[in-house]
Design a protein around this ligand. Structure first.
Ligand code: WTA
Length: 658
């Protein structure tokens, strides 16, 4: 096929917009692990039997006696009585089966360094790291924080924790140390594994010396383990701080994997809530691993003898946990891991990497696809991407145009796309095409996987056969979160109260079409989805009002061509403040408090915010303004004239953004 660019490509994509659905290529279906639609009925006829069957894909030291205990709903127990070890399932069993020399990860550093990390290497490193943590006093159940860039040690660190039953709490490397502090404090972490510094677009940023600034306020944190990544100078406090390499060298090389109860905590991962405090999503061992292994194998149609996988997410997000680490490793996969940004050192780095390692399954986010699209098809067209047989998307709704671009330009016009809907809370992919079966519609997540029940309901919780409503999950699933760490009441209240304790409230709006296929529309709460990362309005607002010259702030999401949504902040300064130089200061303040990703793209300075008579800020109206829509109902406003002023202000600012 000739590779199109520019207006010829545009024309071609426009012509495809009329195609209602794309069937999988025959050759793909014939060779797919799942190609018979009867799997859906089979799972429905006996859901627990279905999960019982798929749980057997793992190695259990002790088998379970009960698949699901839902008697204390919404607190589920899966595979009750079963015992297993996560790192054993990810590593040891492949080594014992004679596959130790298989590459687990082709790792590529920002500066072009390359390493092939085998299952044997992981086996050796993880045992040493596990013993090193034990030497520091870490016991089963103790939380270990991890704040690392995308380097091999992050894989080893996570698996070492699971080997000794210490739940890890990974913080995305792009977050600020203030976010690290909050997450370590909330989870009462005992040890934090971090790096001397991180490479970012050719520069070196110090990490350890930043981390030191928060330690005084973390009395439970006994030790800091420091990985050398950059050779940047960093302070080490004797007795408290430990060098990663020396600790591993000194550690006993043998650490047998001890089995843990299926419901033993595996990890905590913090996600933005609609109130300021992040939610500590707790996943446990047996169910989560079954969910991650099941979906990796069947959604990505993965066979170790055939495929090379690349999930471009960061390990600091749930996508990285489930589809860089646990799902792929349990399936004995060879994966690619890249340290850098998609446009560093140049905009073809992804395509170069796919060609180099012959990646066959590539999983990324709509925001990245749209960025690549805006850079043009020339770069990908220069590379041989014919190894790709399946593409995936996750994190936010993908617009049909980007979906088609992905399929045509990256997938050579034939590669099926799985648009996978799920959440930190669900742990595993929930709604998605099955690539060897589903006729996919561009922009549609399609159907719940076999074993999963998702419905679109009206305000009273009645299932709709067609139309727009609220997305819910009706039945427990193995990878589900078990609770919010130390906040069981908030867990019940947030997810299981609106429609009763049998129905999980997702927090997304969705549309079900005449064929019964599900289109995800976005959040119904106050979360903003920037580049596939959820941020809560309250979290960003509290960061902004933390600036000494700010009196009040209201934050909303605005549609953004590249990042899906971007943040617009309406901010009231302290009386008499000169706001001219304040934009950058406030943005910088937010970067320090939360991370760069949370910086408002636009700040509108105003002395008036639309408030109800009871003083509640009406974000709904601010969203209308930010997106240039006609205003909704303004009758409950204390002072409706505020809206006109704001509308003028936002149009003045439209040209001045960066
Ligand atoms: C959104 C990321 C549309 C959704 C795995 C969800 C999606 C939130 C999709 C969870 C998709 C995720 N199509 N929207 N394929 N995947 N979302 O916890 O709003 O970071 O509730 O987990 O992202 O974000 P989280």
């Amino acid at each position: 096929m000739t590779k199109l660019t520019g207006s010829a490509l545009e024309h071609h994509l426009d012509s495809l917009l009329g195609v209602p659905a794309f069937a999988p290529p025959t050759a793909f279906s014939e060779n797919a692990i799942w190609n018979d639609p009867s799997i859906y009925a089979e799972a429905e006829s006996d859901p627990e039997g279905w999960w019982d069957h798929h749980a057997r894909a793992l190695d259990w030291q002790t088998p379970w006696h009960t698949v699901l205990d839902w008697s204390n709903k919404p607190f589920a127990k899966w595979f009750v009585g079963g015992r297993l070890n996560a790192s054993y399932n990810c590593i040891d069993r492949h080594v014992l089966a004679g596959n130790g020399e298989r590459v687990a990860f082709y790792w590529r550093g920002e500066e072009g360094e390359e390493r092939a990390l085998t299952y044997n290497w992981l086996h050796e490193q993880v045992q040493r790291a596990a013993n090193a943590l034990t030497d520091l006093g870490v016991m089963p159940g103790d939380v270990v924080g991890i704040f690392l860039p995308m380097i091999p040690e992050v894989i080893v660190a996570m698996l070492a924790c699971t080997r000794i039953g210490a739940p890890h709490n990974v913080v995305f490397g792009g977050f600020s140390v203030e976010s690290v502090r909050e997450r370590m404090a909330e989870s009462r972490a005992k040890v934090l594994i971090t790096a001397d510094g991180a490479r970012r677009r050719g520069m070196v940023a110090s990490v350890k010396s930043e981390v030191d600034t928060i330690l005084e306020r973390l009395p439970d944190l006994a030790h800091i383990v420091v990985v050398d990544r950059t050779e940047i100078a960093h302070p080490m406090t004797p007795g408290r701080d430990v060098d990663w390499d020396s600790a591993l060298d000194a550690a006993n090389p043998i650490c047998d994997a001890q089995p843990f109860d299926a419901e033993h905590p595996l990890f905590i991962l913090y996600t933005s809530g609609s109130t300021a405090k992040p939610k500590g999503i707790l996943h446990t061992t047996g169910g989560y691993l079954v969910g991650a292994a099941y979906t990796t194998k069947h959604v990505f149609d993965f066979r170790p003898d055939r495929d090379v996988f690349w999930c471009s997410a960061d390990v600091g997000w749930i996508t990285g946990h489930s589809y860089i680490i646990y799902g792929p490793l349990m399936n004995g996969v060879t994966s690619v891991m890249y340290e850098g940004a998609p446009d560093y050192p140049h905009r073809a780095i992804w395509w170069e990497t796919i060609e180099r390692y012959k990646v066959s399954v590539f999983y990324t986010a709509p925001t990245a696809i749209r960025a690549c699209m805006s850079w043009g098809a020339e770069e990908p067209n220069k590379h041989d991407l014919s190894s790709l047989r399946l593409l995936g998307s996750v994190g936010e709704p993908i617009n049909p145009k980007a979906w088609l671009w992905y399929r045509e330009v990256i997938g050579g016009g034939t590669t099926p796309i799985v648009d996978t809907w799920w959440q930190t809370e669900t742990g595993q992919i929930m709604i998605t095409p099955v690539p060897g079966i589903t006729h996919t519609k561009p922009g549609c997540a399609m159907r719940p996987l076999p074993g999963i029940v998702a419905e679109v309901v009206d305000n009273d919780g009645n299932a709709m056969s067609e139309g727009q409503g609220i997305l819910v999950l009706r039945r427990p699933w193995p990878g589900m979160l078990r609770t919010l760490y130390h906040e069981p009441d908030r867990f019940v209240e947030t997810y299981w109260s609106r429609f009763g304790s049998d129905t999980y409230l997702v927090g997304d709006a969705a549309r079900i079409d005449a064929d019964g296929d599900i289109w995800i529309l976005g959040r119904i709460d106050d979360a903003i989805n920037v580049s596939g990362h959820l941020l809560s309005t309250a979290e960003v607002e509290s960061a902004i009002v933390g600036h000494p010259k700010v009196a009040e702030a209201a934050v909303v999401g605005q549609a953004d061509e590249i990042t899906g949504q971007s943040i617009v902040a309406f901010v009231t300064p302290i009386e008499g403040t000169d706001t001219n130089t304040l934009n950058e200061e406030v943005r910088q303040h937010v970067a320090v408090q939360i991370g760069k990703i949370a910086r408002p793209k636009r700040i509108i300075w105003t002395y008036d915010l639309p408030k109800t008579r009871s003083g509640k800020i009406m974000r709904r109206l601010l969203r209308d303004i930010a997106e240039g829509r006609a205003l909704g109902d303004v009758t409950t406003l204390r002072d409706p004239s505020v809206m006109e002023t704001l509308r003028e202000l936002i149009s003045e600012h439209a040209d001045s953004e960066d």
